[in-house]
Design a protein around this ligand. Structure first.
Ligand SMILES: [Zn+2]
Length: 233
């Protein structure tokens, strides 16, 4: 259940029976022709779809993340690492204060990895809690499914083009973009990154049939759900 569609009495009743919660992490950054909110849309939706049959609350997605490399692209917002860590720590503290003890963080953006290190530190500071940090798109089964369909897949390519992240009225290139050199990109400042990447796709086709995308989604939802149902200690 989405917390945004829940009242406090329902959360109070839930906490008498369970202590699991989900926190999705997103980002607001360029995704070529796709929505600037791809990482937020996908992490929140995979979390909600995974949690739905279990009735576990899904807190609102954190819509901003750490993405300094894309700052030259209009619409991209990046939080500083210190800010981000403090923000996520305050949310975890808040969840604990409310009585949640088992927290699944569903992360949708690679740059948010510092929150994964924070989660380990936070558990050590808060005995009796368990936090799983789940990068949903590169978890083993989901990543294997992507590779099986098309190994040339990357940021803002077809692998992020779902019915819920594409925008009406946009035209997508039909050719397969060659993979960029990530090592080169990592030493560039934001302006150079934009000049190097062009539209922002890191490599691969821009779209694939919905049938394939829904098959990937199905694997991702099940893989995420297994973490909620699996062992926590
Ligand atoms: Zn993304």
């Amino acid at each position: 259940m989405k917390v945004s569609e829940t009242n406090w009495q329902q959360i109070e009743a839930y906490l008498k029976t369970d202590d699991r919660a989900i926190l999705p992490l997103g980002s607001t950054e360029q995704h070529a022709q796709l929505s600037l909110s791809v990482d937020s849309i996908l992490s929140e939706k995979v979390a909600s779809d995974a949690a739905e049959p279990l009735g576990i609350p899904v807190f609102p997605v954190v819509p901003y993340g750490i993405t300094p490399y894309f700052l030259a692209y209009p619409g991209t917002i990046s939080l500083r690492q210190e800010t981000y860590i403090r923000l996520v720590r305050d949310i975890l503290d808040g969840l604990r204060l409310q009585g949640f003890r088992r927290i699944l963080i569903v992360n949708g953006h690679g740059g948010n990895q510092p929150a994964g290190s924070l989660a380990i530190e936070w558990m050590a500071d808060n005995p009796g809690t368990a936090v799983k940090f789940h990068n949903w798109w590169n978890a083993p089964q989901t990543y294997a499914k992507v590779q099986e369909i098309d190994p040339v897949a990357s940021h803002a390519s077809w692998m992020e083009n779902f019915p819920w992240t594409r925008l009406a009225g946009t035209t997508l290139p039909s050719q397969q973009k060659p993979m960029i050199d990530l090592a080169r990109m990592r030493v560039m400042g934001p302006e150079a990154v934009k000049a190097y990447l062009g539209d922002g796709n890191f490599g691969g086709y821009y779209e694939r049939p919905d049938e394939e995308m829904l098959a990937i989604w199905d694997v991702a939802v099940k893989e995420t759900r297994a973490l909620l149902e699996g062992a926590w200690a």
